[in-house]
Design a protein around this ligand. Structure first.
Ligand code: EPU
Length: 365
């Protein structure tokens, strides 16, 4: 990790609000107010706001696109820092994005520029700065494959640092940033994309290949790959539409469980008992030690929480069992009650404890 020389900082007035609602900044449209809400439009403003909060010992909540946040009904008694920085710089196949860039728009621009590597991540809500935190992934691509460096403010060292891909310690929906959640504030994300003459990266996901009528491993025109992913995501309610409550979610609410070979065998036995010996749960090998990833959506479904489950203001999406949704009138407590019911039901049926994917603020499952 290398330090970035401190550049001369100008003191710019940032937008500051007191007792400000946070719900509109989240895709769930849930959560109480923040004691202070700072909106920062430059890296210097971000750093100044972080330093000020840290110097005062005030808790800090970094808000990007708000697509992976569950904020408690009581809100946040500290400084919420809304990252609204902008910057899209393409130099050959190298891309640098400011943390506040809207992710799906940045993907569209790389596709327009004829560059491959993140086209299957179209339609994912949220900001560019959030992508390294949980190593955002979908349809066979995740950002760890294309990120070269992350520029971040290190609150412990009190300086701006550059983390290499290896230093980010990426794994499935995880990274160094998630491991040490209060240490870094992402400022910029750098990617190395591929110029494949207007073609996508080799397709790595069976569902996308099938929808495109090609084999896994083949390349297709970039825009076709992007459009296909958008269509698949929309069919699962995973593209945010302010008019459609079925999409007022955080995408997947739970991560897909990774089971050791031994736990997987025990799980297979539970499935056979409950659903019959011929039923095979989804299983994708991960790593070399026989571990497999199974599907949280499948577990939820087979535990009896089918699409559209629930009669209250928080329900399972009618399009995908992994998305919990706010039907418009929900509180965070309604959402958590549903999430707890799902966790308990899956545990009871299959002996597997689901883990939430979104970040919880002031609440827990
Ligand atoms: N399934 C069901 N019921 C449903 C939906 C799915 O039983 O209602 C089963 C099916 O067996 C299906 C399997 O679940 O084959 C997997 O479903 P899907 O292909 O939709 O993928 P996923 O594992 O549920 C993951 C990511 C998504 C990403 C898709 C596509 C996680 C936690 N989720 O979902 O990411 O878009 O793959 O690659 O890894 C997100 O993280 O917020 C997110 C939306």
């Amino acid at each position: 990790m290398s330090a970035v020389p401190a550049e001369a900082r100008t003191l710019v007035p940032v937008q500051l609000l007191h007792d400000a609602p946070l719900a509109p900044l989240t895709t769930f449209r849930l959560g109480g107010p923040a004691a202070r809400l700072v909106t920062a439009t430059t890296d210097d403003e971000v750093i100044a706001a972080v330093r000020e909060a840290d110097a005062a010992g005030t808790p800090l909540l970094v808000v990007g696109g708000g697509s992976n946040l569950v904020i408690g009904d009581k809100g946040f008694d500290g400084t919420a820092l809304h990252i609204a920085t902008r910057g899209f710089v393409l130099d050959g196949t190298r891309l640098e994005l400011a943390a506040g860039e809207v992710w799906t728009d940045a993907v569209a621009r790389t596709v327009e520029a004829g560059l491959a590597g993140i086209e299957c991540l179209a339609g994912i809500p949220g900001s560019a700065g959030a992508t390294p935190i949980q190593n955002v992934g979908a349809y066979g691509q995740d950002v760890s494959a294309t990120i070269t460096e992350v520029v971040a403010y290190d609150r412990r060292a009190e300086e701006t640092v550059v983390l290499t891909n290896a230093e980010c310690a990426f794994s499935y929906r995880h990274s160094r940033f998630k491991q040490d959640p209060d240490r870094y504030v992402v400022l910029r994300v750098r990617f190395e994309l591929e110029d494949a003459d207007g073609l996508s990266a080799p397709l790595a996901y069976a569902e996308t290949a099938r929808a495109l009528g090609v084999e896994v491993g083949e390349r297709v025109p970039l825009e076709r790959a992007r459009e296909t992913v958008l269509k698949l995501r929309a069919g699962k309610g995973m593209v945010l539409d302010p008019e459609d409550h079925d999409t007022w979610s955080a995408g997947s609410f739970f991560t897909n469980p990774i089971l050791t070979a031994e736990r997987y065998a025990a799980f297979r036995a539970r499935v056979a008992d409950r659903l019959g010996p011929e039923v095979a749960p989804p299983a994708y090998p991960v790593g070399e030690d026989g571990s497999v990833k199974t599907s949280a959506a499948w577990l939820i479904d087979k535990a009896g929480f089918v699409k559209g489950y629930g009669s209250g203001p928080a329900r399972i999406s009618t399009k995908h069992t992994l998305a919990l949704t706010n039907r418009g009138e929900a509180t965070t407590e309604d959402l958590l009650a549903l999430a707890r019911e799902v966790v308990a039901g899956v545990e009871d049926a299959f002996g597997i404890t689901l883990v939430n994917e979104p970040v919880m603020v002031g609440v827990r499952l």
